[in-house]
Design a binder for this molecule. Structure first.
Ligand code: ADP
Length: 419
């Protein structure tokens, strides 16, 4: 089966978010962790290659992205979708601009639409300026991001500053609202002027559908997960339960949580208040030499069954700050991630077949530890969080939830949805 769409995502939970949008619009999608070593894509219509390239050194990000692109092209992918963050997370050096330029050269593409817009999640673009909810990107909390502070909302300027060769122009909302033909004309105009990247405005889903249609036939697009909602229909696909079908769930239920975001704290508190069985991981006890992974597994194993058990390091901001002050943020993070990854591995070994992991970095650590190379994307639990399936040790259903995603009762509701 040749691929209709090949996607390269610059981070892990972003890849799942994109895959989720494709599946919801009817496209059978597989997510791979890095460039796959072998082919086992069954009947996938789209593949999302998840990279960890967002903040990698530029040359490394380009190399990984090109490797993914070549692999996808040999599988017949008609179009390459470079998935970036919906808040355009990048540094002054890149990596969005340099990777997009490298992909354009590799593909010999004539033009690419650029839009991180995802109105459903409050990301809109107007006159090239990115809004997060009601405020400009540069006025949003993203301006304080530790790795990719975004202090300019003008995406034409941001993208241009990152590009070495190509010029960046604007496809304004008036043009998008006028429809597919108007957008195509604007693309041709820009191309004639030698401008090969067009930052496109989008205020609603209609705009994304117009842009997806206008971009049909282009070899490359650069977008958040939003643009994906308009692509499956161009291939004659419609939303259907089959696209999200996973094998029947098996095994015991568990949640592993290393996210300390406000919403995860609320989810943990809710789970415990409802009488859920929970085991807390204290980073200071790990440093003191206790093997908390082993203790957590000894505690969890006799409790495994049809009710989820929770192992969590999740803590309120003040407690996290205290731990970080004593251990350093990096060291504390790594100790906790390593412990939780061992817990996840032990739980699966002990018969867990349905596992929810909370936390972006935590998810990365668990998936790596479990040796998972590929995920099939299933039904959505909450926006941005689908159930996934790894044909792993008899089959594992896995949900990876980043930071502030998911309703407060998600740690229970996720499993009833699967049942
Ligand atoms: P999120 O998606 O909410 O950002 P992540 O898993 O990406 O969650 O990041 C949370 C980080 O905090 C991880 O590195 C994790 O190991 C670390 N962490 C978790 N619990 C604690 C804690 N109690 N003290 C300090 N660091 C913690």
């Amino acid at each position: 089966m040749t691929l209709l769409l090949g996607c390269i995502a610059d981070d892990f939970t972003g890849a799942t978010d994109l895959a989720n949008n494709l599946v919801r619009a009817g496209m059978r999608t597989v997510q791979t962790i890095g460039v796959p070593g072998r082919d086992d894509l069954a009947d996938a219509q789209a593949v999302v290659v998840a990279l960890k390239s967002r903040t990698a050194p530029v040359a490394e990000a380009i190399e990984q992205s090109l490797a993914a692109c070549r692999w996808l092209r040999t599988r017949g992918a008609q179009q390459i979708y470079f998935k970036v963050c919906s808040t355009f997370d990048s540094t002054a050096q890149g990596n969005i601009g340099p990777v997009a330029e490298a992909l354009m050269a590799e593909l010999g593409a004539g033009f690419a639409i650029v839009t991180p817009a995802f109105p459903e999640n409050g990301r809109t673009v107007f006159k090239g300026h990115l809004f997060v909810g009601d405020v400009l990107l540069s006025d949003s909390p993203m301006r304080h991001h530790p790795l990719t502070p975004m202090t300019d909302a003008n995406l034409v300027r941001v993208m241009q500053a990152q590009c070495q060769r190509e010029r960046v122009g604007l496809i304004a909302h008036g043009t998008v609202a006028a429809g597919v033909r108007a957008v195509r004309e604007r693309m041709a105009d820009l191309q004639e002027q030698g401008v090969l990247f067009g930052v496109a405005d989008a205020l609603g889903d209609d705009d994304l559908h117009t842009l997806a249609a206008a971009g049909q036939g282009q070899l490359l697009c650069v977008a958040g997960s939003g643009l994906a909602i308009g692509i499956p229909t161009l291939h004659g696909l419609a939303p259907s339960p089959q696209a999200a079908q996973l094998p029947a769930p098996r095994g015991a239920l568990a949640v592993v949580s290393g996210s300390c975001s406000a919403q995860t704290n609320a989810q943990v508190a809710h789970f415990i208040a409802q009488g859920g069985a929970a085991f807390a991981i204290d980073p200071l006890r790990i440093v003191a030499g206790e093997d908390l992974a082993q203790q957590a597994l000894a505690w969890a194993t006799p409790r495994l069954g049809a009710q989820p058990v929770l192992v969590y390091a999740t803590a309120e901001a003040a407690a996290v700050r205290e731990v970080q002050a004593r251990l350093g943020a990096q060291r504390a993070g790594m100790l906790v991630e390593d412990t939780l990854a061992r817990v996840a591995q032990g739980l699966v070994g002990a018969g867990v077949g349905q596992l929810l992991v909370a936390g972006g970095e935590t998810s990365g650590a668990c998936v790596q530890r479990l040796g998972i190379k590929q995920l099939r994307i299933g039904p959505q639990i909450d926006p941005g969080v689908p159930w996934c399936y790894a044909p792993h040790a008899g089959g594992l259903h896995l949900a990876l939830k980043s930071g502030n995603f998911g309703g407060v009762e998600m740690f229970r509701r996720a499993f009833s949805l699967l049942a």
